[in-house]
Ligand binder design. Structure first.
Ligand SMILES: Cc1cc2nc3c(=O)[nH]c(=O)nc-3n(C[C@H](O)[C@H](O)[C@H](O)COP(=O)(O)O)c2cc1C
Length: 209
C-alpha cells in the first residue's frame, strides 16, 4: 500500500502547497503506519522539456523504428505511469502561477497521457482518493475581482477526476502572499484562517471515510 506524492512548487523554502501536502502525508501515514510514500518532485527536478514531444513521436513510430531518444522517453514515461498506477492514494501539490498550473506539472500530465494506461477513457485512478492541494498568492473567492481567474484548479479536477477517474478532494490555501506583500497586510488574519482551514481539511483527509 502506498501514497504517491507529487510536488510542483518551484520553492523549497516557505512553500505553502508543500506544507499542506506534508499534513496530508502525515495524516495518511497515521492511518497506514509503516506504509510507503513514493515522491515525485517536478518543482525541484523538472522533467525534460522535450520529453512530451519525444514520447509523442515515439507513439507515432513503429517500435522497431524508434530512435534511442524515443526509447528512453517511452521508458521514462512508463516509470512515471507505474508509480502513479501502483498508488492507493495520491496527493498533488499545485501552486497557481500566472493564473494557471506550473508548466512542470502540465508536462507531467501531458507525458502521462502518452502512456496507453492514461489515455482518455481508461480511468487509471478509478476508486483512488486524490488530495489536490492548491496554493494561490491572491484571493479568488466569490465576489472578488479575480473570481474565475484561477484557470488551474478546474483543469486539474477535470484531468484527475473526470478523465482519470480519481476521487478528488480539493484543499485550497490562498492569499499566501499576504505575509510578504505590504499592500496585502490587512488580509493577513484572513490568510492565516484560510491556511489553518487547509491544514484542518488535510488533517482529516480520508479519516472520516
Ligand atoms: C512566477 C509566479 C507566478 C505567480 N502567479 C500567480 C498568480 O497568477 N496568481 C496568484 O494568486 N499568485 C501567483 N503567484 C503566487 C503563488 O501562487 C503563491 O506564492 C503560492 O503560495 C505558491 O505556492 P507555494 O507556496 O507552494 O510555493 C505566483 C508566484 C510566482 C513565483
Amino acid at each position: 500500500m502506498s501514497l504517491f506524492r507529487l510536488d510542483s512548487s518551484i520553492r523549497t523554502e516557505g512553500s505553502v502547497s508543500r506544507e499542506v501536502a506534508d499534513t496530508v502525508e502525515r495524516t495518511w501515514l497515521e492511518q497506514h503506519p509503516g506504509r510507503t510514500v513514493v515522491r515525485r518532485d517536478v518543482g525541484r527536478e523538472p522533467l525534460p522539456a522535450d520529453l512530451w514531444t519525444t514520447a509523442m513521436g515515439a507513439g507515432a513510430t513503429p517500435e522497431a523504428d524508434r530512435t534511442p531518444e524515443q526509447r528512453a522517453a517511452v521508458a521514462l514515461v512508463g516509470e512515471l505511469a507505474d508509480e502513479v498506477v501502483a498508488a492507493d492514494a495520491l496527493v498533488i501539490g499545485s501552486p497557481l502561477y500566472n493564473f494557471g498550473i506550473a508548466a512542470h506539472l502540465k508536462t507531467w500530465v501531458d507525458v502521462l497521457i502518452t502512456d496507453p494506461r492514461f489515455a482518455p477513457g481508461n480511468q487509471p485512478l478509478a476508486g483512488r482518493p486524490v488530495a489536490l492541494v492548491v496554493s494561490r498568492g491572491g484571493g479568488y473567492g466569490p465576489g472578488t475581482p479575480r473570481e474565475g481567474w484561477d484557470h488551474g484548479t478546474g483543469w486539474l479536477v477535470r484531468i484527475l477526476g473526470d478523465v482519470w477517474g480519481g476521487d478528488v478532494t480539493v484543499i485550497e490555501a490562498e492569499l499566501t502572499l499576504a505575509d510578504t506583500v505590504p499592500a496585502m497586510a490587512e488580509l493577513r488574519p484572513l490568510a492565516a484562517q484560510v491556511r489553518a482551514r487547509a491544514h484542518e481539511t488535510a488533517g482529516t483527509w480520508l479519516v472520516a471515510s
